[in-house]
Structures are given as C-alpha cells and as structure tokens.
Design a protein around this ligand. Structure first.
Ligand code: ZN
Ligand code: FE
Length: 255
C-alpha cells in the first residue's frame, strides 16, 4: 500500500516527514529536527514508528533523534560516508542500496554538494522523493562541502526521475528562493504563477513543501540551466549546464 504522508514543521523552518503504511503498520520518519512535534503526530494517529532515515549530518536534521528514540525506538538508517558524524546507526547505506518499509521499497541516491555524504530516498510505489537540503522547493542547498560540479551531478540524477514525484525537501525557504528565481528567469510564466501561489500559502502559514518534481523542473532555476532565457540573462549562451548552474548558485549566495 502507498504511504500516507504527513509533513511536520519543526524548529523555525525545518520539515520532517512521516510516511505510514497502513497495511503493514509501519511508519517511516525522514529526519529528526525536533522530537516533540513528531511524537505528537505519531501519538495522535496511533502510529508505531519503525524506521528513521537521516539525510545528512547537520544538527537541524538530527538533533531530535536521541530524545525521540527514548519514547519511539526505531531502526536508524543513514549514509555510510557520514557514519563518523551521524548519531549511532543501525544500518548504513550507499547509493543504489534499497530500504524496505512494509511493502514500500526506497532507493538511496548520493546527492552530495550541500554536504559530502548527503543522501536522498526515492520510494517509487508511493511516488515520494525525500531530498532534504539537496533539491529544495525553488532552490537547492548551499554548497558547504561539495562544489558546483558535484551538486549539479546530484541534481541531474533527481531531474531524470518521474516528474509526478512528490518532492519532500527540508526547509521552508520557498518565498526567499522565489524572490531570487524571478531575477534569473523573469519571463517564466510558470514561475510567476508559482510565486503568487507561494505568497498566498505563506500569508495563511500553509507549508509550500512538499512540491512536485514537475513544478521544480518548470520553475526551479537550479534545474533549468538549459533555459534560453536564463542563459541569455547570464550571458552564458555557449557554456555547459554545469557552468550555468555554478553561476546561478554563486549569484544566489550573494543575493
Ligand atoms: Zn543541511
Ligand atoms: Fe538543513
């Protein structure tokens, strides 16, 4: 059975995700910014937590783990590359590994760039892609450890997946990302409409995450270095996609 997904706002602008498989009674959590809001949802729904996936080692994605495990023990899975700086893992994974949660199977992608060792999880049957701080709503993570070539390689893997996917990313940064995106591709009508929708949602405190991969492909400048308008604006008609991506990332850092 497909997962039922709940998006949980945590800390000031983080998101955690609970995915519940009712047939098997399994519940998966992606990232643990904070224990209390997650326990609350588990308890309200009488869901038993079975699996926790960690996307990367940053404090704002793991700091609720220890406390949560006290009341909700579960299997903890994270990247082998990050074992030395993640909390204790029950299972470590590398790109291409699969994770079974009830009848749902997830595939691990290495999406290094924001950090080296950042992973994403793709659950095909449920159409869910958990990207945290790699591909984000209208943006991508800052390059703290990797370089632009590496991030472009990571995003290219996600770009090739089914556009119908629901993209579960790690932060509510979408308004700010939209303000930047429109300077890069002002003539993109899909982007213009998306920004209106974001403003409408945020004025009512509705999350803009998750999004769909289709929306990101049409509006996220970091997935669109092939766009003629973007290339024109940046004066990069004959550059590679990776070079255009690098320039967009550089401009966003200074925005
Ligand atoms: Zn991060
Ligand atoms: Fe983060």
């Amino acid at each position: 059975m497909s997962f039922e997904l709940i998006t949980i706002p945590c800390l000031s602008d983080n998101y955690a995700f609970l995915a519940h498989d009712a047939t098997d009674g399994k519940t998966l959590l992606v990232d643990v910014p904070e224990a209390a809001p997650i326990s609350k949802i588990l308890e309200e729904n009488c869901w038993r937590l079975t699996d926790i996936l960690l996307t990367h080692h940053h404090q704002d994605h793991v700091e609720g783990l220890e406390e949560l495990l006290k009341s909700h023990p579960a299997r903890v899975i994270g990247a082998e590359a990050d074992q030395h700086r993640l909390p204790d893992l029950d299972e470590s994974v590398v790109e291409g590994d699969t994770i079974s949660v009830g009848s749902n199977t997830g595939v691990v992608f290495d999406v290094s760039g924001h950090t080296i060792g950042h992973i994403a999880f793709y659950f095909e049957q449920s159409n869910l892609l958990f990207t945290a701080d790699s591909l984000m709503a209208l943006g991508c993570g800052r390059l703290f450890e990797g370089d632009a070539v590496q991030m472009w390689e990571s995003l290219s893997k996600l770009k090739a997946l089914n556009p119908d996917l629901t993209v579960c990313s790690g932060h509510e940064y979408t308004s700010e990302n939209g303000r930047f995106a429109i300077t890069i591709e002002p003539g993109n009508t899909a982007l213009q409409s998306r920004i209106l929708e974001i403003t409408r949602k945020r004025s009512r405190k509705i999350p803009t995450v998750p999004s769909t991969l289709k929306e990101e492909l049409e509006t996220n400048p970091f997935l669109r270095p092939e766009s003629a308008e973007i290339r024109d604006n940046l004066g990069m008609k004959n550059n590679t996609d990776a070079e255009v991506f690098a320039e967009i990332r550089k401009r966003k850092d200074k925005f």
